[in-house]
Design a protein around this ligand. Structure first.
Ligand code: DAH
Length: 340
């Protein structure tokens, strides 16, 4: 009989109760009048008198164990009574929290900031709703000059003109007014142009403007700064090329190209078989712009540049359609690890 008690004890101990039904089964199986623990007391009656004492204790212990287990199960089931959940299994691995990740344009923006901060540039900000003076006139765009049409503008009000800034160069003017040289700053932000939306153009996009004004700033500083940037951003092998260009606010002006990351100069459809991809406009700040900003061009010189964040992000991650950045499709957005 002792064997029987042991086997039953094992059964009681390993019985799992996860629901109300399990609890009832436990009761029926062991505790109810017809249950196997109750049946032990009948067996006890027919035991030899000298064994009765010893067996009686063992059977009573099992009865108590069974009843206290029942009570514990009952309490935990009652705790879950409001829901139909099963008892929580604490040994299961946790379900990981799904964390989001930064937007690819922000990843690129932070990386650009990081590179220039190490060169001693700080970060400045300016308004997206701008007046004509800061967006055009102070930047040496003459009245009615066709250069204004280089950038199709969204006007909010006419005479005096209020508009959505067409570039981040507006912040240059505000910085010059508010700060004395040396000025060494980058200005990231959103800009707007009235353009038809396609894989290569959008009515809003992002730029980072750069401005460095001090005594004796020369074209070589511009070139070396952007060369350093290109190597940091795209890898040590990257080469740059400066192409003469025109912007009203710089003289001389240059377009900055980098060697094509896709074909390494062999020729492909990203670089249109030229081996080079444009990433920024740049130049030496025009004396008129310095004067408009309250800075004496006889004492100070400076360079400026402006680059498109979308363009750089597309090169960085081989993305071929600009619209993906603003469609908010998580299947696209989830692919970017939050590593700047
Ligand atoms: N603002 C120009 C654009 O949006 C980009 C640019 C070119 C900015 C040359 C500059 C610069 O600061 O020096 O096309």
């Amino acid at each position: 009989m002792e064997e029987k008690v042991k086997a039953l004890q094992h059964e009681v101990e390993s019985f799992l109760v996860k629901s109300k039904e399990d609890l009832e089964n436990f009761r029926l199986k062991f505790i109810s009048k017809k249950g196997s623990v109750s049946a032990l007391f009948d067996d006890l009656k027919s035991a030899l008198p000298e064994e009765k004492r010893k067996l009686g204790k063992v059977v009573n212990d099992l009865k108590q164990l069974t009843e206290s287990k029942f009570k514990t199960f009952q309490e935990s089931i009652e705790n879950l009574a409001s829901s139909d959940q099963e008892i929580m299994d604490l040994s299961l691995p946790v379900i990981p929290n799904k964390t989001g990740n930064l937007h690819p344009l922000n990843l690129t923006r932070y990386r650009i900031i990081e590179i220039f901060e190490r060169l001693g540039f700080n970060v400045s900000d300016g308004p997206e709703i701008e007046d004509d003076w800061h967006n055009f006139t102070a930047l040496n765009f003459p009245e009615n000059h066709p250069a204004r049409e280089m950038q199709d503008t969204f006007f909010i009000e006419k005479n005096p003109d209020v508009l959505l800034r067409t570039h981040t160069s507006n912040v240059q003017v505000r910085l010059m007014k508010n700060q004395k040289p040396p000025i060494r700053s980058i200005m990231p932000g959103r800009v707007y142009r009235n353009e038809a939306i396609s894989a290569r153009a959008h009515c809003f996009f992002h730029q980072v403007e750069g401005l460095y004004i001090d005594k004796n700033v020369g074209f070589s500083d511009l070139k070396q700064t952007l060369y350093h940037f290109a190597k940091e951003m795209f890898g040590k092998e990257t080469k740059i090329r400066l192409r003469p260009s025109y912007f009203p606010f710089t003289e001389p002006s240059a377009e900055i190209d980098i060697s094509c990351l896709i074909c390494h100069g062999e020729g492909c459809n990203v670089c249109k078989y030229s081996g080079w991809v444009e990433i920024a406009g740049s130049g030496m700040v025009h004396p008129n712009v310095l004067r408009n900003g309250g800075i004496d061009p006889e004492e100070f010189t400076g360079f400026a540049f402006g680059m498109g964040i979308e363009r750089i992000t597309m090169l960085r991650y081989s993305i071929n359609d600009l619209r993906l950045f603003s469609e908010n499709d998580v299947r696209f957005l989830r692919q970017f690890k939050s590593v700047v």
